[in-house]
Ligand binder design. Structure first.
Ligand SMILES: Nc1ncnc2c1ncn2[C@@H]1O[C@H](COP(=O)(O)OP(=O)(O)OP(=O)(O)O)[C@@H](O)[C@H]1O
Ligand SMILES: [Mg+2]
Length: 255
């Protein structure tokens, strides 16, 4: 029996703060001396870049196709360990054809459960075979969402996908909550959308986190320095809220 947590950060909407959230959580747990692995399942490779993972070597695409073992794809960066991705991952929908194509990632991660305290999965802005693999491999799921009306569009599809995975493939998947990002409490719209988000959360048997990530320039600057936001600007408003989020999600990893 292992205590390794596996968390997926997901929303098929682009630019809602998935990658920023993954990097921030990784930085916080790492800072607490925990063994952290980040897996970039987005062919855009933003998380790999943000964490300063090298461009060369095996990627998650190689591991999922069976071109290498999972251990060979792990890169040790200054901060946490990373399995990076690249654009070749965008071919997965056609390439992964076996009858167990949804379970590839779950199986690959089993031997890593004794090595890491937490595995963080970043997903692409799409509902694809990669997202399904991530939902099946994870125990916990969070949904970052920007407080704009358009961000609610397509949420029904996301909800249906999560519910289907829970029903048919992974009963243990817990939707921990919707995380409002780039939040500005002075905007009326933010508050209105927060209210609508709580309706959606209710349909997912979850809630909107009380913790909200404010709009913060350091979040946009950090990746250019190969740092997570909490390393780059530990005292900024977004870092403080991400730190609270990490402690809320996994108090045992933050003590
Ligand atoms: N709290 C914040 N305040 C200001 N800018 C932010 C914040 N969070 C994220 N950003 C910026 O918004 C942009 C999108 O964020 P991010 O890449 O994390 O979103 P994403 O959901 O991973 O996008 P994609 O769907 O393309 O993968 C980035 O430029 C990022 O630096
Ligand atoms: Mg991203």
């Amino acid at each position: 029996m292992t205590d390794c947590k596996t968390i997926v950060v997901t929303n098929q909407k682009g630019g809602v703060g998935k990658t920023t959230t993954c990097a921030a959580l990784a930085g916080i747990f790492r800072n607490r001396g925990k063994r952290v692995l980040c897996i970039d399942l987005d062919p855009q490779g933003n998380l790999s870049f943000s964490l300063g993972a090298e461009d060369s070597g095996y990627t998650i695409h190689d591991a999922m196709k069976g071109n290498c073992g999972i251990a060979a794809a792990i890169k040790h960066t200054r901060g946490c360990d990373v399995i990076s991705s690249n654009i070749l991952l965008s071919g997965s929908e056609l390439e992964l054809t076996g009858s167990d194509r949804e379970f590839i990632l779950k199986k690959l991660l089993i031997p890593l459960h004794n090595i890491y305290d937490v595995i963080i999965l970043d997903t692409p802005p799409a509902l694809s075979i990669l997202t399904i693999n991530a939902y099946i491999a994870a125990n916990d799921l969070i949904i970052p969402m920007t407080p704009e009306i358009l961000s609610l569009q397509g949420i029904a599809q996301l909800r249906d996908t999560i519910l289907a995975v829970k029903r048919f493939y992974n009963k243990n998947l817990r939707t921990r909550g919707i995380l409002l990002t780039k939040y500005n409490s002075r905007f009326q719209l933010s508050a209105e959308v927060a209210e609508m988000a709580s309706v959606v959360a209710g349909q997912l048997d979850t809630s909107v986190f009380d913790i909200k990530i404010p709009m913060c320039i350091a979040a946009a600057e950090a990746p250019a320095h190969g740092m997570t936001i909490t390393e780059y600007s530990p005292r900024c408003s977004a870092s403080r809220e991400y730190t609270k989020l990490a402690a809320f999600l996994y108090p045992e990893l933050c003590s």
